[in-house]
Design a protein around this ligand. Structure first.
Ligand code: NAI
Length: 396
């Protein structure tokens, strides 16, 4: 079929297998261009199919020569209907890993469930024995709790009072004011249950109880802080409470790994266009101003550049892992540098529908958004008939 983008708000209903393949190949080429990293050799990535998790899987495999198991929740294709992009990304990743002689297997299912944890445990026992690094990179709006069976939904809302600020519809470029009512009832609790640290901790306990964590095993989960411009809806909002909980969980996991000399880190990453971040109001405007500023300064990074730097200059630099006063690894350092933040704040005050094409990088935003779904890649012929029925070869 001829596959074209069909955008609906902050999602795209179609994905292009060849474009997703190109995306994965480009990321692999970047990691290879930076040279080998002396890192973990057996890696489990939970949330491995898109965004930071995919970049982590690629960096593990093609930077560290690691065997990888990827867990994700993606939609396979049906005749005439494309798969979700993470499916095609994973298919492409596994092909490339196989060509390079690297072990790669995937599990497609709900990572919050006991069943998927058990499936993963069985696979590790069968194939890898133990794991040296667990990357936890889930972003989900909903979680069915494995003990209570209750389905919780996260919300992206301010806490305490209504938040009004500018936002942009990145498809049309229209800048408007948006007012977001404060959370109510169980919103905070639900958001923490979905995006906080409990599931990360459940994974680590399950792996440890099954004796699947190697001595000195490390685990890393991803967090975000961001600027004062977005803090009401992000870091001081409901999602921020979940991130606080995730960051606190790192300490309790480290405690539980003491006897094997293991360690849990949270890495604070940069704001980037992913499926998860495009759903958050205000963030797309912030990102378009941030991209413009960081590209001008030459410090712009995408997911793969961020994660390659996390591995080569933080986790496996040969020195002790550098952390901030709250124990977090910071690869958002360039985003939060004073000069970048001052510039973005200045641009923010000037942002209107008319001014944005000049002062912001909306084109860059749209380009990255299209790329998430495999569209807009050089070297891909979008006019030719493409087979949507792609398999992930080693799906369990
Ligand atoms: P993403 O939407 O690109 O990736 C989410 C991944 O989770 C996908 O692999 C998806 O298949 C998987 N997933 C979702 N629900 C699942 C489930 N129930 N079972 C199994 N897999 C499931 O998200 P992104 O942006 O890469 O986010 C990953 C982490 O990075 C999150 O913790 C996020 O808060 C954090 N982060 C994101 C930033 C951004 O700007 N995008 C900035 C800093 C941190």
């Amino acid at each position: 079929m001829i596959i074209e983008p069909r955008m609906r708000g902050f999602i795209c209903l179609t994905a292009h297998p060849k474009g997703c393949e190109q995306n994965v190949k480009n990321q692999i080429a970047y990691v290879k261009s930076k040279g080998k990293i002396e890192g973990a050799k057996r890696v489990l990535v939970i949330g491995a199919s898109t965004g930071f998790g995919l970049a982590s899987r690629i960096t593990s495999a093609f930077g560290c020569d690691a065997s990888t198991i990827g867990v994700f929740f993606e939609k396979p294709p049906t005749e005439g209907k494309t798969a979700s992009p993470g499916w095609y990304n994973s298919a492409a990743f596994e092909n490339e890993a196989e060509k390079a002689g690297l072990y790669a297997k995937s599990i497609n299912g709900d990572a919050f469930s006991n069943e998927v944890k058990q499936q993963t445990i069985d696979l590790i026992k069968k194939d890898l024995g133990q794991i040296d690094l667990v990357i936890y990179s889930l972003a989900s709006p909903v979680r069915t709790h494995p003990v209570t069976g209750v389905t919780h939904r996260s919300v992206l809302k301010p806490i305490g009072s209504t938040y009004t600020n500018k936002t942009v519809d990145f498809h049309t470029g229209k800048v408007t004011d948006i007012s977001i009512a404060p959370c109510e009832g169980d919103d905070i609790e639900n958001t923490v249950i979905v995006m906080g640290g409990e599931d990360w901790s459940m994974w680590m306990n399950a792996l440890k109880d099954a004796n699947l964590l190697a001595n000195g095993a490390t685990t890393v989960s991803y967090s975000y802080i961001g600027s004062s411009l977005t803090e009401a809806v992000y870091r001081k909002g409901t999602i921020g409470r979940a991130k606080d909980d995730m960051e606190a969980t790192a300490f309790s996991i480290t405690d539980s790994l003491k006897d094997i000399g293991g360690k849990a880190y949270v890495s604070v990453n940069k704001a980037l266009v992913t499926q998860a971040s495009s759903a958050i109001p205000v963030i797309p405007l912030y990102i378009s101003l941030l991209y413009k500023t960081m590209k001008e300064k030459g410090t712009h990074e995408g997911c793969i550049e961020q994660i390659q730097r996390l591995y080569s200059q933080r986790l496996y630099s040969g020195n002790e892992v550098a952390v901030d006063d709250k124990g977090r690894i910071r690869i958002d350092d360039w985003e939060l540098s004073d000069d970048v933040q001052e510039k973005v704040a200045k641009l923010w005050s000037q942002a209107t529908t008319e001014a944005l094409p000049d002062i912001g990088d909306l084109e860059g935003y749209r380009h990255d958004f299209h790329n998430l779904f495999g569209f807009g890649f050089e070297g891909v012929d979008y006019k030719v008939d493409t087979n949507e029925m792609v398999n992930v070869s080693s799906i369990e």
